[in-house]
Design a protein around this ligand. Structure first.
Ligand code: ATP
Ligand code: MG
Length: 402
């Protein structure tokens, strides 16, 4: 019997489309996977011919496949994974033996007889004398010979899909493929300053940008003592859930009350919400520039509330010059909620705590403000630029760890 080893095959989707930069993306992804599995003794992560292979030192995986997959679900850039068996021999007899053993395990785990199956052959090494369809057919025959009536080939809807992947110097056999989040490895696509509230939307916005490979920093505004310390803790807990995907990041916490009071004292009430939003953007832009971020990120969705009409978004956007990413702009609330459940932030987001936006809420918020009108109102605030600079400088930094 040939050398046999349990492995986990890790496939990356979009990175494999990269040209010249491919090795760079692969290396970053490998590092992210190594970090996610770092505390498992004996874990090995190797890059090899378009795949990443996770294994242990001995024959068995150093943790259950389920545990490894659970951890890798939090690594962006992975398209799918398969628990697999690797044999070093490419002799047909050894391939058949390994395939038969895998099928035997499935027969033991499932009561149906006959258990239907299909073999998928794949020959990456074209010098190998047996073609992919031949490899599949021959392996299928070997399985039928071994189990007789207990199994049955089914080309359209098999219960077991057995893959035989022949590579240079090794063969992988597997029958399960788990799809993960995809995206790009964190750190390969710039850095964003995320405006993070305690709501449902902005954590999803952060997660989606991180999934595209963006590193993040975040800023949260509160209105202490109108908002409670518990509301701030809630945001930190949300950030902590997100750090499970992004790795450690900084959350800047700022008391926005001085800005809200200045607006209330000098500007029309109907523009309150919009003027606060512009303050948030301007302060965030300062923090972004000081923290090497090239973009801002918000959880706005077109038309969701008065401050997210097309007109309001235009006026908010004009407060800053950095590009503002709004990954939720075209999503319905139900879709956003579905993603929040998937990322694990939903339950935390719906906990009822005050938000700074509900302090000084206007009775009739403007839904179609003009930029000129808003800029004129803002100009009535004495020492506007100094106030923005002071608030940015007042940020308390919380280091958020996974
Ligand atoms: P969310 O669900 O993210 O709280 P929302 O539906 O409540 O969003 P708004 O209150 O209009 O919508 O906020 C729009 C965006 O502005 C948020 O998604 C977030 O990016 C940012 N934002 C709102 N409040 C805060 C806050 N207190 N601190 C930081 N960012 C905020
Ligand atoms: Mg909110």
């Amino acid at each position: 019997m040939t050398d046999k080893k349990e492995i986990l095959i890790v496939r990356y989707g979009e990175i494999s489309l990269k040209g010249m930069n491919k090795p760079y993306f692969e290396k970053v992804l490998q590092r992210r996977i190594e970090n996610a599995l770092a505390d498992i003794p004996g874990i090995r992560v190797r890059r090899d011919a378009g795949l990443i292979v996770v294994s242990g030192e001995g024959e068995e995986l150093p943790a259950s496949a389920g545990e490894l997959i659970r951890r890798l679900t939090r690594v962006f850039g992975i398209y799918s994974v398969s628990p697999a068996v690797r044999i070093e021999s490419r002799e047909l007899a050894d391939i058949f033996a390994a395939a038969t053993e895998l099928m035997e395990a499935r027969l033991a785990g499932r009561p149906e007889r006959p258990l239907t199956f299909k073999v998928f052959g794949k020959r990456s090494d074209k010098r190998y004398p047996v073609t992919s369809p031949e490899l599949a057919a021959l392996t299928g025959e070997a399985i039928i010979e071994a189990f007789g009536d207990a199994v049955k080939a089914d080309m359209t809807n098999p219960q077991v899909s057995l893959n035989v992947h022949l590579r240079s110097g090794e063969v992988f056999l597997f029958d399960e493929k788990v799809t993960l989040h995809g995206g790009m490895p964190i750190g390969t696509n710039g850095k964003g300053m995320v405006l993070l509230s305690g709501g449902i939307d902005s954590p999803v916005a952060l997660w989606l940008m991180a999934k595209r490979g963006m590193s993040v920093s975040a800023v949260h505004y509160h209105s202490y003592p109108y908002t409670s310390g518990r509301a701030k803790e809630k945001v930190e807990e949300l950030a902590h859930i997100l750090a499970g995907y992004t790795g450690t990041f900084t959350l800047h916490e700022i008391n926005l009350l001085p800005a809200q009071e200045a607006i209330a004292a000098h500007c029309p009430e109907s523009l309150m919400t919009l003027l606060v939003r512009r303050f948030m953007m301007k302060i965030a832009e300062r923090l972004a520039l000081a923290n090497a971020c090239n973009m801002l990120v918000t959880g706005e969705s077109l038309g969701q509330v008065a401050s997210q009409t097309a007109e309001s978004i235009y006026v908010t956007d004009r407060a800053v010059t950095l590009p503002v990413m709004r990954p939720l702009i075209a999503l319905d609330k139900t879709d956003i909620m579905d993603i929040a459940r998937e990322t694990g932030t939903y339950e935390k987001s719906i906990e009822p705590y005050e938000d700074c936006c509900t302090v000084f809420l206007p009775r009739h918020p403007a839904t179609k403000p003009t930029l000129a009108e808003v800029e004129a109102a803002e100009a009535a605030i004495p020492g506007l630029e100094g106030l923005i600079a002071d608030l940015a400088a007042s940020a308390e930094r919380a280091i958020i760890r996974p």
